[in-house]
Ligand binder design. Sequence first.
Ligand code: ADP
Ligand code: MG
Length: 318
Amino acid sequence: MPAEPAIRIDNLAKRYAPAKGANGTVTDGKLALGGVSFDVPEGSIFGLLGPNGAGKSTLINILAGLVNKTSGSVDIWGFDIDRDRRNASRSIGIVPQEIVFDPFFTPFEVLENQAGFYGIAAKLRRSEELLEAVRLADKRNAYARTLSGGMKRRLLVAKAMVHSPPILVLDEPTAGVDVDLRRQLWELVSELNREGVTVVLTTHYLEEAEELCDRIAIINHGQLIANKPTRELVDMAREKIVAVTAAADLTAAPAHEAFVRATWDGARGVEVTYDKDRLSAGQVLGILQDQGLVIEDVITREADLEDVFVQLTGGGVD
Ligand code: ADP
Ligand code: MG
């Protein structure tokens, strides 16, 4: 029997308020989310992937209670964010995209203050354990301003876990972060997940989503355009492409049941996508020739996750 999802997002939309320019002009409010629906399965590491401006932070900030949605509904751990904001908030820890700390607090104080904010009794606090978990025990009493960027990120993860939420959400945890730190954060996230925490992370790194996530949703211009197990997305990358230029204009796109798809540019160009476990490039060309196509030029290439992404987003990576 399928478990209840950790997060259920149903037809979620957000339009930001119209902006008023200095000369009295009013621009339309930006539609940042245009009716997005998906579930985050309990126990998963779920990747929300999309280019800059896609709407990722808007969605995360709605979960965090920092942005008000325009319409739709969201349940966090079974709690509706409108009817039961308090329990919803207690069920989720959020690591925001921007790093902000009071520079004069120490890591230990940051965690203690956060525990105080949640009304956690002194005996039940986990500050020491969390500092240990994010490898900051030796920085317990250092001023936050003296921490490196990587240490601050780790401290933010600890801060998000102070109230032991079953769900941890990280908004672009590794944007602008070096390779070593990225590895460290991946390990930390995997470790928490092994301990049972459901993880949602946003990223615009395909590689990160592929390595870490067991399910990936892709969002572009406020629309969900894919939501699949990582395995299936990677399988889409098993596809290869043969681009053929015919000797004369074609009258229709070639089609064959063995092709994944064939696209025609309306003139002499055809791109056939095929599964390399099923066909070879030579067989694809043979099929086209059998259909009467006279080949002038051929280019083949492998599809990778990047291609899948570009194909799904219509080239919107920036
Ligand atoms: P992402 O995190 O995927 O880069 P965002 O959710 O930050 O995307 O932004 C989605 C869209 O909403 C962008 O076009 C952005 O300019 C716009 N946007 C974000 N925050 C605001 C805001 N506070 N007011 C108006 N527009 C905003
Ligand atoms: Mg963002």
